[in-house]
Design a protein around this ligand. Structure first.
Ligand code: TMP
Length: 207
């Protein structure tokens, strides 16, 4: 494959993104693609430090606006250091969360001005947009009940998480690159649906 492909996985808490990202990457490798699997925040040394500040530290008084700046710093590092070089080398990049998470968590649910979120996001991503986004959807209560040890974001009120899910719905109606897959079925069935969607996009990318 000459052109690289950026696939992102998104969704509310407990939707199974991490499991499905790993399985998708393994399947793509098995099909002979050169694959980079990464996540946000955390896919670079800076991202890992910021992840621990954003998710573990209760006492820093982080507001959604401060969160926005930290998530975008992490994203800028991931895009320039990992994603763009991999795409240039013709690889398939699978990312567990990307800019849509910021739009939804800090913007739609967190209350930061959406235009500002979009402007900062475009700068951090250097204009890069995913070719395909898999949005894994499930009811908020189901998702939160799957979380064993909630982190700082997961401990936010249920009303916040309902807005997160609603925000993802808004994005899915706005962008053709986003495909919604319900994730209450057994893992194997959900993964099969993901692969079917990815298969179609791979075909278009090769044409
Ligand atoms: P997770 O990837 O393990 O689900 O954890 C990341 C947490 O950070 C999750 O609660 C969503 C949140 N998050 C944001 O609030 N904004 C972002 O831009 C990203 C990437 C994640």
């Amino acid at each position: 494959m000459r052109r690289g492909l950026l696939i992102t996985l998104e969704g509310p808490e407990g939707c199974g993104k991490s499991t499905h990202s790993r399985r998708l990457a393994r399947w793509l490798k098995g099909r002979g693609f050169s694959v980079v699997l990464t996540r946000e925040p955390g896919g670079t040394p800076l991202g890992r430090k910021l992840r621990s500040i954003l998710l573990d530290q209760e006492s820093l008084g982080l507001t959604p606006w401060m969160e926005l700046l930290l998530y975008e710093a992490s994203r800028a590092a991931l895009v320039s250091g990992v994603i763009l070089p991999a795409l240039k080398a013709g690889k398939v990049v699978v990312v567990d969360r990307f800019q849509d998470s910021t739009w939804v968590y800090q913007g739609w649910a967190g209350g930061v001005d959406l235009e500002g979120v979009e402007r900062l996001g475009r700068a951090a991503c250097q204009g890069l947009e995913p070719h395909l986004t898999i949005l894994l959807d499930l009811p908020v209560s189901r998702g939160l009940s799957r979380v064993a040890r909630p982190n700082r974001m997961e401990r936010k009120p249920v009303a916040f998480h309902r807005k997160v899910r609603q925000g993802y719905g808004v994005l899915a109606r706005r962008h053709r690159r986003i495909r919604v897959i319900r994730t209450e079925a057994p893992v194997g069935e959900v993964q099969e649906k993901i692969r079917q969607v990815v298969e179609r996009v791979l075909k278009i990318n090769r044409e």
